[in-house]
Design a protein around this ligand. Structure first.
Ligand SMILES: *[C@@H]1O[C@H](CO)[C@@H](O)[C@H](O)[C@H]1NC(C)=O
Ligand SMILES: *[C@@H]1O[C@H](CO)[C@@H](O)[C@H](O)[C@H]1NC(C)=O
Ligand SMILES: *[C@@H]1O[C@H](CO)[C@@H](O)[C@H](O)[C@H]1NC(C)=O
Ligand SMILES: *[C@@H]1O[C@H](CO)[C@@H](O)[C@H](O)[C@H]1NC(C)=O
Length: 935
């Protein structure tokens, strides 16, 4: 029964207007697609083609369709891995159209990649765009320098740099292991190599000895990249900071890189605004392979949800298979909740690095006359030797809003004072401006009690001479001195190196508040490991600066890989083995400061790296993580293989430690469709772990396996509904005749629920106000059949609450026999939905997915779409919005146009995770109310 000439126009206006997003332009490069061409040797020989010819043929076919494209990047050097091009097409050419073209294997939209943004600190407003202090002014000769003067290895001995001390890198530096002979490439925003700490020049003979700029300053993701041979930049410090973490040369400040003797290169993949695109990333990865790089550190920030599916993930896995270790940051998206894996970090061979807050603070000593010293945080020592007296704007350490308003007129002259104020009550910039207006020159801000570590401060345009941070306890100590010294407590800030051992007693050594959670939807571990990422001091444009993020932890691990590779060269460790070595020797961290409970492995991965242990370890354990999957596909019997590369037999014993459990949803999937943005800790359910052998003795050079069985997993219905991830560590202790004890840990985790039950389509109103999905014309949501003109066409709105392996948006006949899993009308209430006749009539949905009749397709990606953003996306919720102008793609790839006066609906189907794609019942689905075009 076709709904002919429906005159009734039933639209429901939502009271709170929702905002239409230009969804595609922020996540994807406008009209740009990766077109992968079938270039497998078998298919080529069948067709008698070379890979080169296969690509030109396909591009010619694109042209024959009348599609005027421009090529962005060509990928032709690895025909068996990824062959094709990224192209930009005119408006209106759909992904579906391209994927049907002869010779095309797969099509992905080109994604924009945002460098992981420095995570925000609530009360931090940068007062200057330059988050750094400058080194002595550059002389022009440093620009012209053609070779770097390298400090001797001895300059790195006695390493007290805090991120190195807590990861055991100091020990390697003290024995002269500095990464010599290993080639590392950094993919980032460009580098200021004129900074003397990075060698002062570029090219052979220089510290940064190779590289390329793939995009130029003005590249913003959408426009045409302008490549050149020089990765130099001064418009952003990101790439300079990460380069210093790997390669900073020894200097008087006490900062150094992890692998300062490695051969360092830089591929610039973003313009000044730090936006890249994944086609440029793939091009840079191919170039790294060509340049013979051993380790690459990749900067990426796009959600993928799945293991090994995006072009960058495919490339990363290939590089690993070719012996290139790929280290990537896990992302700064903790507030997106669980299951937020990013690409290419989420790969079986890629190392995804999360961040911890360092155990120790970045600090220099100020001198208190007759009272010792006090550590203050600053990227460089103030180097102010004139004596000032301490002054507090409030003598109450519990004051809520210290200096948040103009200082009273009774305030003494502050010119020769060091003014100390407490954090809290307003933005730092407000305090600093109030203090500057009252005549202050030097300011120290002390932390509020039990609060996250302070950020770096900048004097910016305040007119202040210097501003630094203090721990709470040090602020209180100074306050006591201030109160007990009526004649004034003198303080100076002499030049001196970084102070070691100043403990951060609030969050030191725990996972950082921004470090993304895993796992992937495939229930693979994510992140792999962690390293210090908060308050990291390194090089910036023209100087030194403090930054935080997984961008800071990932290069630390890339450098650490280089150290081990340089020292254990003759073992020919594969990237997988290297990753396993680091994972099984890293140190599990607590869930909160001082706690005896271990953090969940989907927060900390295998733990914080311990490079000393990785150097010493002569046992290789595989797998490096036991992935127990979900209760639908449990793999509770696992096998650990131990390869003993020691020179004598080792006896291994096994035990386990349970870590924090974590819930994906706040109340449970019945009431929460969207993952929690501040996931709860939950009690870890009881279960038993047993081993096939209590101990295993493995001869030198031999290997043996032990079976680990996880039993008696019990959860309440409520726990199951919250999608709990339980986790822990198998502790493996090895003892040999020579009596050394070697300790290893192998993380394990599983989901005490079923991935198939994870809601995929968002049915809430959280993103836009009205409940999703819906069909709307302007601000009016359709609640019954409508007639529309093509120029005022309806838009369908939907979101993915979870990733899916198969998403289909089709145009279907208005009288289709199909029962959606989600009612067609859910706005304003489900009561209205019940009134809709079309939903009341029971419908028989064909059992097989392919038997559901469609008119044509509107969106049918053949990659696995990730879940949408909740917090940090462009709006911040990302969503899908398709305007139904009547165009669709037929099964054979030809374009189709909807007829006037014929009733249609839109059908959205999203495959439930782990479900069988061939069955209709495996999909969440939504069928819109009917609509027809008036002409
Ligand atoms: C390492 O990768 C992270 C992201 O994956 C990036 O933010 C950082 O800039 C990179 N560092 C280097 C040295 O390439
Ligand atoms: C510290 O200040 C003194 C005196 O102004 C100056 O001579 C010295 O060069 C400064 N040191 C550094 C490393 O900037
Ligand atoms: C800083 O002061 C502490 C305490 O007085 C002292 O132990 C330490 O050696 C000093 N560090 C430096 C680098 O001056
Ligand atoms: C868990 O099971 C699903 C369904 O069989 C599978 O696709 C996935 O790869 C498994 N994950 C792991 C880590 O084994």
């Amino acid at each position: 029964m076709a709904l002919l000439a429906v005159a009734l126009v039933a639209l429901f206006s939502v009271s709170a207007a929702f905002q239409q997003h230009d969804a595609a332009t922020s996540r994807y490069v406008r009209n740009s697609y990766f077109v992968e061409v079938d270039a497998s040797s078998s298919s080529l020989s069948k067709r008698g083609l070379t890979p080169f010819a296969a690509l030109s043929r396909t591009l010619a076919a694109v042209e024959r369709k009348g599609i005027k494209y421009t090529v962005r990047q060509r990928f032709e050097s690895l025909p068996d891995v990824f062959h094709g091009a990224s192209i930009q097409v005119p408006d209106g050419v759909s992904l579906d159209e391209l994927s049907k073209i002869d010779g095309v294997k797969r099509v992905w939209p080109v994604q924009k990649i945002y460098l992981p943004r420095e995570p925000a600190v609530d009360d931090y407003v940068s007062t200057s765009s330059m988050a750094s202090q400058r080194l002595a002014k550059r002389t022009s000769s440093s620009f012209e320098k053609r070779a770097t003067t390298f400090p001797p290895a001895s300059a790195y001995a006695g390493d007290t740099f805090y991120p190195h001390v807590e990861t055991g890198i100091d020990g390697l530096h003290n024995s002269g292991i500095l990464g010599a002979g290993v080639k590392i490439a950094v993919l980032d925003s460009g580098v200021d190599y004129t900074n003397p700490i990075l060698g002062g020049c570029f090219g052979p003979g220089c510290h940064i000895s190779f590289g390329y700029d793939f995009c130029g300053d003005n590249y913003n993701g959408d426009n045409t990249p302008v490549p050149d041979d020089d990765p130099f930049t001064t418009c952003t410090s990101h790439g300079t900071h990460v380069t210093g973490i790997i390669g900073a040369l020894a200097n008087q400040y006490g900062v150094s890189g992890v692998a300062p003797q490695a051969t360092l290169g830089h591929y610039r993949i973003t313009g000044c605004n730090e936006i890249a695109s994944d086609d440029i990333m793939v091009a840079a990865m191919m170039r790294a392979l060509h340049d013979g790089v051993d380790v690459i550190n990749v900067s990426l920030g796009s959600v993928v949800s799945w293991t090994n599916n995006s072009p960058t993930q495919i490339m990363a896995e290939y590089l690993a298979s070719q012996g290139v270790a790929v280290v990537a940051s896990a992302g700064n998206d903790r507030t997106e909740g669980l299951f937020f894996a990013e690409g290419p970090a989420a790969g079986l061979a890629t190392t995804a690095v999360g961040a911890t807050d360092p155990i120790y603070w970045v600090a220099y000593n100020a001198t208190l006359r007759n009272r010792g010293t006090v550590p203050y945080m600053s990227p460089m020592p103030f180097n102010i030797t004139r004596t000032s007296l301490l002054y507090f704007t409030s003598t109450d350490p519990n004051v809520a809003s210290d200096a948040c308003t103009a200082l009273p007129s009774s305030t003494p002259s502050l010119v020769n004072r060091v003014v100390v104020v407490r954090r809290g009550g307003c933005d730092f910039a407000v305090k600093l401006n109030n203090l500057a207006k009252a005549g202050a020159k030097i300011v120290l801000i002390y932390n509020s009690p039990n609060t996250l570590t302070l950020p770096q401060f900048n004097v910016g345009t305040t007119g202040l001479e210097a501003v630094g941070g203090l721990r709470y306890e040090d602020g209180v100590r100074l306050l006591d001195l201030f109160k007990s010294t009526p004649r004034g407590q003198p303080i100076t800030f002499p030049f001196g190196p970084l102070v070691s051992g100043v403990v951060d007693g609030v969050t030191g050594g725990t996972a950082s508040y921004y470090s993304s959670y895993g796992p992937t939807n495939d229930l693979n571990l994510y992140p792999s490991i962690t390293a210090p990422g908060t308050n990291i001091l390194s090089t910036v444009v023209g100087g030194l600066g403090i930054m935080r993020g997984t961008s800071q932890s990932s290069p630390l691990v890339a450098g650490a890989y280089a150290l081990i590779l340089s020292q254990r060269k003759n073992e020919n460790l594969s990237p997988q083995q290297l990753k396993s070595l680091f994972m099984t020797t890293s140190a599990p961290i607590p869930n909160t400061y001082g706690s005896s409970t271990l953090d969940s492995v989907i927060s900390q991965g295998a733990g914080r790296i311990d490079v000393g242990a990785a150097l010493a370890a002569k046992t290789l354990i595989t797998p490096a993580v036991l992935e127990l999957n979900d209760t639908g596909f449990p793999s509770r019997t696992q096998r650990l293989t131990l390869s003993n590369r020691n020179s004598d037999a080792v006896t291994y014993t096994f035990s386990s430690t349970i870590a924090q459990g974590m819930a994906t949803y706040d109340n449970g999937v019945q009431s929460d469709v969207i993952p929690s943005t501040s996931p709860d800790d939950i009690d870890t359910p009881l279960f038993r772990i047993s081993y096939s052998d209590n101990s295993v003795t493995v001869p030198a050079g031999g290997s043996a396996s032990v079976t680990v069985v996880f039993t008696a997993l019990r959860y309440s219905n409520q726990q199951t509904a919250e999608f709990p991830i339980y986790s822990g560590f198998i502790d493996v202790r090895g003892t040999s005749a020579s009596a050394q004890v070697q300790a290893f840990t192998v993380p394990f985790f599983g989901l005490a629920s079923r991935m198939i039950d994870m809601p995929v389509l968002d049915t809430t109103g959280a993103a836009l106000g009205p409940n999703l999905p819906f069909l709307a014309v302007g601000q009016d949501i359709a609640t019954a059949p409508i007639t529309v003109s093509r120029s005022n066409a309806p838009t369908v709105f939907f979101r993915l609450a979870a990733g899916t392996r198969r998403l289909r948006v089709d145009l279907v006949a208005g009288d289709i026999d199909f029962q959606g899993t989600i009612p067609s009308v859910t706005n304003p209430t489900s009561r209205l939905a019940k009134r809709s006749k079309n939903d009341l009539r029971p419908r028989a949905t064909p059992a097989l997915f392919n038997d559901v009749p469609t008119v044509g397709s509107i969106f049918a990606p053949d990659y696995y779409p990730p879940r949408d953003y909740l917090v940090n996306g462009p709006y911040p919720y990302s969503d899908y919005e398709y305007t139904l102008d009547g165009k669709y793609t037929n099964k054979d790839g030809t374009p189709g146009t909807a007829s006037a006066g014929v009733s249609y609906r839109v059908l959205i189907r999203a495959l439930k995770i782990t479900a069988d794609p061939s069955l209709s019942s495996s999909y969440e689905s939504w069928l819109s109310t009917p609509f027809q075009y008036s002409s």
